[in-house]
Ligand binder design. Structure first.
Ligand SMILES: *Cc1c(COP(=O)(O)O)cnc(C)c1O
Length: 381
């Protein structure tokens, strides 16, 4: 049977279509002026994005992974230092720590939210801990007040991996504004996505912003002298065309975010009472639903059954970081919540232009699949 797709997991083309007329005009102008790196389009986006994040500075970089790694380097976190991170995250969170020369300390998460808690952080801190990377997984926000208190008391840096949480909030404050820095990815599939790879760090510390900007631009001093270098840096700049696309998309991001939230609420309402376990969020959190994640036993068979019904799904993430072969050497033991969740997680289609009828269709396909696939401990017919 040829595979057919009735509901795709995501569709980025609809967002591109909305912004294209103004992006095309700005692209033409920038390209014909011959300015391709930096310049006013990048500065304008950085200013808008800092404001969007309730922060005062934004530094555009090449991608979200570099945003994390450059932040650690600019803070002087490296050799001999420990950085606490939840194990159920995209590998880039951990890779940034390792590439900065520090050691990731993987921790488990709360079973309901799949996020780190102040208690979990407090228990992981040792004399070598220099920072925690709080991951706003799926666009959801953990207890930022509690986490800040624990980090503050321990004298460690709180860095936000906000790659999935543009516009997310905790108690009416935006993701990225709680830590010493907030690191964002604009990978095309993220809530705010470029037309290629891009990222940014937001911070309210002007000196930190300045160091990150320099490190991302070959360690340049930033003055008129193009070949004077303060640091051995790298090349991780946000380019002009991506900044143009991002500015156009940022102007629509609140509307798109509200659409995601409304669709996620429809899913939640529809699935309440179905026996499907949902990922919870706290009342103080504005969950921006980068992903609509549920938990089902026998996930792989449910996934296949849904695909046969024309519904594409995803898994975020099937293998926790502490179990990934290149990171196993940092593991200190089992992390039962992360390990169990990894076998059950299923991401349902969710993007701003998904329709309510499509949400209903996904729920029907899920319910049919659950009925068709016997539960692992259930009777074998
Ligand atoms: C996407 C992502 C990153 C990495 O961002 P890139 O732009 O792909 O380098 C880091 N952390 C999390 C949680 C992500 O989802």
């Amino acid at each position: 049977m040829p595979p057919f797709i009735e509901v795709p997991f995501t569709d980025l083309s609809m967002m591109a279509r909305e912004v294209w007329p103004e992006v095309e005009t700005a692209f033409t102008e920038a390209l014909l002026q011959g300015r391709y790196i930096g310049g006013p389009a990048v500065a304008a986006f950085e200013e808008e994005f800092a404001r969007y994040c309730d922060s005062s500075h934004a530094v555009g970089v090449a991608n979200g992974t570099d945003a994390l790694q450059l932040t650690l380097q600019a803070l002087g976190v490296g050799e001999g230092d420990e950085v606490v991170i939840p194990s159920n995250t995209f590998i880039a969170t951990a890779a940034a720590v390792v590439r900065a020369g520090a050691s990731p300390v993987f921790v488990d998460v709360c079973a309901d939210t799949l996020l780190i808690t102040p208690e979990i952080l407090a228990a992981a801190i040792t004399p070598r801990t220099r920072a925690v990377m709080v991951v706003h997984l799926y666009g959801n926000m953990p207890d930022m007040d509690g986490l800040r208190a624990v980090a503050g008391q321990a004298g460690i840096h709180l860095i936000e991996d906000a790659a999935q949480a543009h516009g997310g909030e905790w108690a009416d404050r935006r993701a990225g504004s709680f830590g010493v820095a907030g690191c964002f990815s604009f990978y095309p599939g993220k809530n705010l996505g470029a037309f290629g790879d891009a990222g940014a760090v937001v911070t309210s510390d002007p000196e930190l912003a300045d160091r990150i900007r320099s490190l991302a631009n070959h360690g340049r001093s930033g003055g008129a002298a193009h070949y004077e270098h303060r640091y051995v840096g790298t090349n991780s700049r946000l380019d002009t065309l991506q900044a143009i696309a991002l500015t156009a998309k940022l102007a629509r991001n609140e509307r798109w975010t509200e659409a995601r939230i409304a669709l996620a609420h429809r899913y939640r309402k529809r699935l309440a009472g179905s026996g499907v376990r949902l990922v919870e969020s706290a009342p103080q959190a504005r969950h921006v639903y980068h992903l609509m994640v549920i938990r089902v036993p026998d996930r792989d068979r449910i996934r296949t059954a849904m695909a046969e019904r024309g519904v594409q799904t995803g898994v975020h993430y099937p293998v926790p970081c502490h179990v990934q072969p290149p990171l196993r050497r940092y593991a200190t033991g089992a992390l039962p919540v992360c390990e169990q969740a990894a076998g059950e997680l299923l991401s349902l289609p969710l993007f701003p232009h998904l329709t309510r009828n499509q949400v209903d269709r996904v729920c029907e396909a899920l319910e049919e699949s659950l009925a068709a696939v016997p539960a692992p401990d259930g009777p074998v017919s």
